[in-house]
Write a protein that binds this ligand. Structure first.
Ligand SMILES: Cc1ncc(COP(=O)(O)O)c(C=O)c1O
Length: 455
């Protein structure tokens, strides 16, 4: 059952996307809340997409929509890039799953090693969640220690072991952890973001198996991690003899061909990758020091082996798509274009927000565009600007669904699919897309005002 999100927006939305409304009725009977990923939940119903090409998606009623979800960050090259489509089509006809070693897994792995500074050896998984799960288990085997230090608000997928602290704390009750055991929760030590002294103290106090940090900071840079902080963190963990995992599931191949570690000029002990890695097909990987990854080898030097089955590990379709995508990434052009167009969009959105007199601000690094509503600080003075001087307490917030859902619907009415309060760009996004996106935001603000949802 859907609730009314706001009168004018909902009426127009139902008129524009009638087939999606019908499909959603079938969805709710099959899936809790009608969706297969929490992020796709939208009131009164989500838009169903039929095909996607370049920077655009096309819904089942035929509307063209500029896409800023970009396959949850996976589609750095844009949708249906010809090199990836060709590689997948050719491989599909040969074999989708021989249940055997095959040359494409080597070619894919060699691309990872060529591009990612820390990659000596690797094992492929099916997702970023599996990659961070594996990183943690390897760290426990290698170090013989149990606790893990992670940063409050950083996201590493949905397995139990790193779920504590994934999301902003509720105002009073702290982090909500339904379904997790006390043992799992007790093994996670949360430290504040960008605070090297706090990490040093936590290492001394808890003697962890590893420290894990999310690429460029909390949930794709809601609170950006400074390069200097990452360099300090690398040095600190090395000095204290603690393994350091950099989770580059989203930043890997996206912020630069070698990921955030290339930007920071650091070499973590282990790196987790997914998304762009597999060119838009399912896939992930744990890579890093050969002596650490040795925990996955038979008869290894650690005296214990981490078991690693997984039916679809290194499957040839993902390998074909990933190898083709990484070859394009290696030119540097996808990262350059995605970063440049995102900077342009951030600037033009801020100009629009000022012109409209709305208390929103756009910010972000690389190909991320974040929007912060109810902002009462100084206006941006350049693209390096981060609201509230990068204070996590003011940036790591939950936004009210009563505004987020109507905003997303209003933007869809204007032909833009925005990911909640953030979007990501690709090689395929153009100046024309930016112009159309800014006018969609202008229209959305007018609609939200007409419905009394923003001042
Ligand atoms: C930094 C980070 N780590 C891990 C994950 C989990 O990856 P997956 O969704 O492939 O399981 C994500 C997904 O968004 C992510 O952004």
């Amino acid at each position: 059952m859907s609730q009314v999100i706001s009168q004018q927006i909902e009426t127009a939305y139902r008129e524009k996307f009638p087939t999606s409304a019908k499909l959603y009725e079938r969805g709710v009977s099959l899936f809790p809340s009608g969706v297969t990923h929490d992020g796709r939940y939208l009131q009164p119903f989500p838009v169903y997409v039929e095909k996607a090409l370049g920077s655009k998606k096309y819904d089942v009623d035929g509307s063209e929509i500029i896409d800023y979800w970009v396959g949850h960050g996976a589609m750095l090259l844009g949708h249906s890039h010809p090199a990836v489509v060709d590689a997948v089509q050719q491989q599909a006809a040969r074999s989708t799953h021989p249940g055997a070693c095959h040359e494409l897994e080597l070619i894919w792995g060699e691309w990872v090693r060529k591009l990612v500074p820390s990659a000596e050896q690797m094992r492929f998984t099916n997702s970023g969640t599996e990659a961070t799960l594996m990183g943690l288990r390897v760290a426990r085997i290698v170090s013989g220690k149990q606790k893990v230090i992670k940063f409050a608000g950083h996201f590493h997928g949905w397995h139990d072991l790193l779920t504590p602290g994934n999301e902003p704390p509720e105002e009073a009750g702290g982090y909500s952890l339904p379904g997790l055991t006390d043992g799992v929760v007790g093994d996670v030590v949360l430290v504040p973001t960008n605070d090297i002294e706090a990490v040093a103290r936590a290492i001394d106090e808890h003697d962890p198996c590893c420290v894990i940090h999310e690429g460029n900071g909390m949930r794709w840079g809601v609170v950006p991690a400074e390069v200097e902080f990452l360099q300090q963190l690398r040095q600190l963990t090395r000095d204290k003899g603690v393994l350091f995992i950099l989770d580059e599931v989203i930043t890997g191949f996206r912020v630069a061909p070698g990921g955030y570690q290339e930007v920071c000029d650091i070499v973590p002990d282990m790196t987790t990758l997914a998304k762009v890695l597999a060119g838009g097909l399912p896939g992930g990987c744990l890579t890093g020091r050969a002596d650490v990854l040795d925990a996955l080898a038979f008869g290894n030097s650690h005296g214990q082996k981490m078991k690693h089955p997984g039916t679809y590990n290194g499957n040839p379709l993902s390998a074909a798509a990933g190898a083709a995508a990484l070859e394009v990434v290696s030119t540097g052009e996808p990262c350059r274009q995605a970063n440049a167009i995102a900077a342009k969009l951030r600037g033009e959105l801020n100009a629009l927000f000022q012109q409209k007199g709305i208390d929103w601000v756009a910010y972000g690094r690389f190909s991320a565009v974040k929007i912060l509503p109810e902002y009462d600080g100084p206006r941006p003075d350049g693209d390096e600007f981060v609201p509230y001087g990068n204070d996590p307490a003011r940036l790591d917030r939950k936004f009210p669904a009563a505004l987020s859902h109507p905003l997303r619907c209003a933007l869809l009415l204007g032909g833009v699919d925005w990911m909640g309060w953030a979007g990501s760009t690709t090689l395929a996004h153009s100046n024309d897309d930016v112009e159309r996106t800014v006018s969609a935001f202008a229209g959305a603000i007018d609609l939200l005002r007409a419905d009394g949802l923003v001042g």
